[in-house]
Design a protein around this ligand. Structure first.
Ligand code: IVH
Length: 589
């Protein structure tokens, strides 16, 4: 088992990698919520492990709110730090949030919350002196950002000069630069026609457009800017509410999103959340939740900050989103046991920060179950925030262009006629070890821990052995020599000896392991144990028939049928008989 320290080290490595992918390369590989979970886990482990041992290192890492940046712009030190937001996707955490803040304001009940949308763009800080835009910067690590003044001058929705009354001597306007969903689609269409790399989501498109060495490119991209806050705010007119400050900022010529709302209790906040959640797809910009902020600046000051976030604000993020797209094709993959898996290919869409373009349909019966056709509109989501899945077909949008999905009749690898499982759920290739696509995976499985276990022969080396023509069937593993192994790049004298010793050791194999190693459809280790207990020898097992199988407790008709299909295959029996001659297959009850 891994020690707490090992887990901390691993998490730090993961976070460093994700910071780099997100902030430096603008190509996140995990969702924000998964990233937040990793951060929370690291904090928990650090607490468990004890501050004095390792806290400093991770603290430094977590402090890199914005990760490392590519040094193409000069540095800009923020006058007041650009903090992050504590976030959750559990609505009930609002209660906890309120209870906590009340501790700092002597339990006062009359709290107003300013709720607005959490825009998925790029945080930008604008410094105005006596009404003139003097510099613009990215958030960077929260303390030091990049100077992007020249590029920001190209964004039309950012005033270069504040207009109106009460212009402050110094003000830092903070908000989100983003690109509209509709403009993002046009930008990517253009990229496709010019053979250029497409952006994986509007956030990356906005980041890529802003951090351009050539500000003229920024000008061509339609970037938008919504204000959500401010940093330094030095003015003769004293305004002590967030809402009123934003109204003033609006009067100065900035855009503040109009979907915000002042709420005076949790019930109203939840109502606001639900309204935004159900209307989010109608917005022409990406949001990933709502932000709840204590409206009173006096209260904000009393409630204060922790190192990374203000205690007076909370981001309530949405749980995985369903996104609509269009299915363009279905391909068919062949698995280890010969089962054909349909894979739906659709127009790439961004689902919670990651671009997805295909999803497994698991088995051919799913095609009927979903009632899906090529060119259908579908909604997709990421199960567990990771695995792409098709939720349903938008049948009402179906048009004449839809085409039936035709399942293959012959195996794409060996051209054997495919067969349906007895329950018609699976379509599979019965050629077993004779089918090249299955054979590679079957050989890997045979030598793995699920099978006879040959140490040193993992996927990579087995593929090399197949490539060299040394191994075609499981029988061939047992005629390998050290000379043959050493002729393969990457296998030296030492490893070849280990492999040969391990091959010899694997010759003593229990009956259940041996049955499992054959890779019969639906026959994993627990079914193999039932079969071993019943037949007690491999020769009894291969002589079985449907009547006998149907008598065994725990063996249903589908498993019985797949066993019969396997042992009716002459090549399978030929291989098993050869193995019986080489191995010592023993049974212990
Ligand atoms: S308030 C001190 N409000 O979310 C609090 N942030 O995860 C500062 N963001 O860096 C943030 N929409 O870039 C706030 N309505 C909103 C926001 C918002 C998007 C971003 C912002 C921030 C990040 C934190």
């Amino acid at each position: 088992m891994k020690s707490i320290y090992d887990k901390i080290v691993e998490l730090r490595m993961q976070l460093r990698y994700h910071n780099y992918m997100y902030y430096t390369l603008d190509s996140p590989v995990i969702s924000d919520s998964l990233y937040d979970q990793l951060c929370t886990r690291l904090i928990q482990l650090e607490k468990k492990y004890g501050k004095k041992n390792s806290f400093n290192k991770s603290n430094k890492l977590l402090k890199q709110i914005g990760g490392k940046k590519l040094h193409i712009f000069s540095e800009y030190i923020h006058k007041t730090p650009m903090l992050s937001l504590k976030s959750t996707n559990n609505i009930s955490d609002i209660n906890l949030f309120e209870r906590r803040i009340k501790k700092y304001i002597n339990g006062i009940d009359d709290i107003q919350y300013y709720c607005d949308l959490k825009i998925d763009g790029l945080a930008v800080n604008l410094l105005y002196k006596n009404g003139l835009l003097v510099s613009a910067s990215t958030r960077g690590d929260g303390y030091i950002g990049e100077d992007i003044t020249k590029n920001v001058h190209m964004i039309s929705s950012i005033p270069k000069k504040i207009i109106g009354a009460n212009i402050p001597k110094i003000i830092e306007i903070r908000g989100e630069v983003f690109i509209k969903k509709s403009d993002f689609l046009i930008l990517n269409q253009l990229a496709v026609s010019n053979n250029k790399k497409i952006f994986s989501n509007p956030r990356n498109a906005a980041a890529g457009s802003l951090r351009q060495l050539n500000p003229n490119i920024t000008r061509q991209r339609k970037l938008m800017f919504f204000v959500y806050g401010y940093g330094a705010f030095v003015s003769d007119k004293k305004i002590y509410s967030h809402n009123e400050r934003l109204s003033q900022i609006k009067k100065w010529g900035f855009t503040v999103d109009q979907n915000s709302m002042l709420c005076s209790n949790i019930k109203d906040i939840i109502k606001f959340y639900n309204k935004i959640y159900s209307n989010r797809t109608k917005l022409d910009f990406e949001i990933d939740g709502i932000v709840i902020k204590v409206d009173s600046i006096t209260f904000q000051k009393k409630i204060g900050y922790v190192e990374k976030y203000p205690r007076w604000a909370l981001a309530l993020k949405f749980i995985s989103l369903d996104v609509e797209t269009k299915i363009i094709d279905v391909s068919f993959q062949i698995g280890r046991t010969g089962i054909i898996t349909p894979v739906a290919h659709f127009i790439p869409v961004n689902v919670s920060g990651v671009l997805i373009s295909k999803a497994s349909l698991h088995n051919i019966s799913m095609i009927q179950k979903l009632n899906i056709y090529i060119n259908d509109y579908i909604t997709v989501y990421r199960a567990g925030d990771v695995i792409p899945k098709i939720k349903n077909v938008v049948v009402k949008k179906r048009d004449k262009l839809v085409k039936k999905i035709i399942c293959p009749t012959y195996c794409l690898s060996c051209h054997t006629q495919l067969v349906y499982s007895s329950n018609n759920i699976f379509l599979y290739c019965p050629a077993s070890f004779l089918c090249p696509a299955q054979n590679i995976q079957r050989l890997i499985y045979f030598a793995s821990k699920c099978g006879v276990y040959i140490k040193g022969l993992g996927k990579k080396n087995i593929i090399k052995l197949i490539d060299y023509g040394y191994v075609n069937t499981p029988v061939d593993f047992f005629i390998l020599t050290t000379n043959m192994l050493q002729s393969i790049p990457g296998i030296g004298k030492k490893l070849s000896n280990i492999i040969i010793d391990s091959i010899n050791a694997s010759k003593n194999v229990s009956l259940d392991k041996f049955i499992c190693s054959l890779g019969i459809v639906d026959v994993g280790i627990s079914i193999s144990k039932i079969l071993a207990n019943y037949y007690k020898s491999i020769t009894n097992f291969i002589k079985t028939n449907n009547d006998i199988l149907s008598d065994i407790k725990g063996i249903g008709i589908n498993i019985a049928s797949s066993i019969m299909k396997f042992i009716k295959n002459k090549n399978n029996i030929y291989i098993i008989k050869k193995l019986i001659g080489i191995l010592n297959i023993f049974f212990i009850s």
